[in-house]
Design a protein around this ligand. Structure first.
Ligand code: FES
Length: 227
């Protein structure tokens, strides 16, 4: 049986938020999550509260892959452009796996191979146990509630990446993106940097498979933030 987040306006298997229009899904390619050897990556490898990353829907646009010790239900959110949408429900054995773009919605800081200023960190009092925190200007997002903004200057939640999970094989696929995606601004802002680092500033779709890495190996240095 396959369990997916909401696709094309219909809640499928994984939960429902009837009062909220699901919102448009940007239909990027369906990609299978794999390990560094190209073998299908299994959802059971995810430990609650541990961050992994993969690049999607482009080869240089990072995404947090996260699991928590509880079911994650959709919540209603709104983009900076006033588009309402519902965050995807969690998938996987405990309906607790979610994925969000790791490009900060404020000034687009993102994890690179050298360093990351945005990551999963301990929440403060009154927050969820773990939050996504960008050290740039201290924007904080709640990954249990669709990566909505809970502090700092970010004008909208992190964009959500929709996932599909197959219970038989325990494999995961990406299905698209929902919410306020920042890819146009990202490629515009970092054109020269990407050209220097990768030899091209053009968008390369991530393809039929995407490699999942632990956060610790995705970036050599994870900057700690002081709030
Ligand atoms: S770039 Fe992330 S808070 Fe400013």
């Amino acid at each position: 049986m396959r369990q997916a987040a909401c696709v094309a306006g219909a809640w499928v298997l994984s939960g429902a938020l009837p009062a909220v229009a699901a919102g448009k899904v940007q239909p990027y390619p369906r990609s299978l999550l794999v390990d560094a050897h190209g073998e299908p990556w299994r959802a059971r490898k995810l430990k609650a509260g541990e961050a992994f990353l993969f690049n999607y829907p482009y080869t240089v646009s990072p995404v947090f892959l996260l699991a928590f010790g509880r079911e994650i239900k959709p919540v209603e959110l709104i983009t900076e452009g006033k588009q309402r949408y519902a965050s995807p429900a969690g998938v996987g054995p405990n309906k607790s796996i979610v994925a969000f773009s790791a490009i900060c919605a404020h000034k687009l800081m993102y994890p690179t191979p050298a360093i990351s200023f945005i990551g999963l960190r301990k929440g403060s009092r009154g927050e969820s146990a773990q939050v996504i925190h960008c050290c740039g200007d201290n924007s904080r997002y709640d990954p249990l509630r669709g990566a909505r903004v809970i502090g700092g200057p970010a004008p909208q939640p992190l964009a959500a990446v929709l996932l599909e999970w197959d219970a038989g094989s325990d494999q995961l696929w990406t299905l698209g993106v929902r919410g306020g995606e920042m890819f146009d601004a990202f490629f515009e802002k970092y054109a020269q940097k990407l050209e220097f680092e990768t030899g091209s500033s053009r968008r390369q779709p991530s393809g039929r498979t995407v490699i999942v890495q632990p956060a610790a190996s995705y970036s050599r240095q994870w900057r700690s933030c002081s709030v």
